[in-house]
Design a protein around this ligand. Sequence first.
Ligand code: B16
Ligand code: MG
Length: 219
Amino acid sequence: MRFKGCIFDLDGVIVDTASHHFVAWKKLSEELGVSFDEQDNEQLKGVSRVDSLEFILRKGNLVLDSNTKLRLMDKKNAHYLGLADQIQPSDALPGIVDLMDELKEAGVRIGLGSSSKNAEQILEKLNLISAFDAIVDGNHLTLSKPDPEVFLKGALALGVEPADCLVIEDARAGVEAGITGGFRVLGVGNADELNQAHAVVPGFGELNWNEIQNLLLHK
Ligand code: B16
Ligand code: MG
């Protein structure tokens, strides 16, 4: 299998922002009187801001009007951006920058497929914007992962067919989105949590592009 394109998720694959999202959602939940733990946060990985808020409101049996929801999302986002402000190029997860360099060298088109509306800001802090041939993020989407829209738009922008493209994801919703879209999917993280993926690795520290392609050879 030789891939023509590779689409990276952002949060949890390129940089670990999940802890910042967790802290910000937990604070908001507590203000609303709703409990929020790591397990809840796990379910929100890859899920859009509005769907994340709806999850918390459902959990607390709360019904709010749309203006209040917008205000709460703005509040959570301001808190998140304050926490993420310290991100710098050295925060790219181990092996990611080397992997992107290898892909470029191999002529593989590189895309971003993120649910986050803050994706470009975060990539700028990492100094990685120019590494991407196409960026699709929460600002371009009508449907949240697990819908495949984000990756299908990414493949289209890269000019590659989903079947020739690898999706790299850390979230269950994102893995499902890639599979539904007809992509090969490499999960990063917990193999049980990401059991729908074609292969799962703990991280990229030790892996080069050839080894990754070999992992997916007969899957
Ligand atoms: P924002 P990804 C996702 O990014 C995060 O995993 C998820 O926790 C977050 O709620 C979502 O982006 C929306 O983020 O509030 O910044 O627009 O993993 O798809 O890169
Ligand atoms: Mg993610």
